[in-house]
Design a protein around this ligand. Sequence first.
Ligand SMILES: Nc1ncnc2c1ncn2[C@@H]1O[C@H](COP(=O)(O)OP(=O)(O)OP(=O)(O)O)[C@@H](O)[C@H]1O
Length: 239
Amino acid sequence: MGQPAVVEVRDLHVVRGSTRAVDGVSFSTEPGQVTGLLGPSGCGKTTLMRSLMGVQIVQGGTVTVLGRPAGHRDLRDRIGYVTQDPSVYGDLTVAENLRFFGRVLGVDGGEVDRCITAVDLGERRDAVVDRLSGGQRSRASLAVALLGRPELLVLDEPTVGLDPVLRRDLWAMFHALADQGTTVLVSSHVMDEAERCDRLLLMRDGRLLADDTPAGLLAATGADEIEGAFLRLVEDGAA
Ligand SMILES: Nc1ncnc2c1ncn2[C@@H]1O[C@H](COP(=O)(O)OP(=O)(O)OP(=O)(O)O)[C@@H](O)[C@H]1O
């Protein structure tokens, strides 16, 4: 058998308002892979990620992360989480934000510099976050999440609104992190990002439609791109 799962989700059920936001989802992820959580807006991606972080009330099922129940205090500095809203202070500079969060985690200045460089914000390190573009702000949040080299990175739509060059560079960074052993879970509603993942979880209406490699998914559905594969799975499910 392979290495133990980093994330193990079993029969997860989450209701938000009157919606079954996550409706019986099970999967596990292995170390050192970039797993994409893909599906249309509102299909439950954020809710699933919140469940992994232990910040979502769940109605049923289990979520185990690095061998601990989701939300366990031992996990705090072993997971990096980037939400859709930038989670950095607007009135501090990039470097000040990193130093602040770095102190909370007990990492040194070298680690702060490494993370700023990793997201390519070296030239803007002394810029106040409120004066950065949206994409730069997202990258500042990502830099915070990289502090301390977490074993698991959970990234909620990190590439939304970024230009193609930056998107490409960020995906290259996710793979470089994975090659160093980090497990990366990235959500996106843009199907053309699917081919950049080692593994895909396709979601719709709170359920997993598929859990496969991009090539495996294309082979299984006979489609020639992931969007087509997604549509075929939806049509088969409706048939
Ligand atoms: N705070 C809330 N109260 C009630 N319902 C909610 C709440 N947040 C989300 N939902 C509902 O739960 C479902 C799943 O939402 P979720 O945010 O997990 O989807 P998503 O796939 O992340 O969407 P997006 O790509 O737009 O971020 C949706 O039907 C949404 O309307």
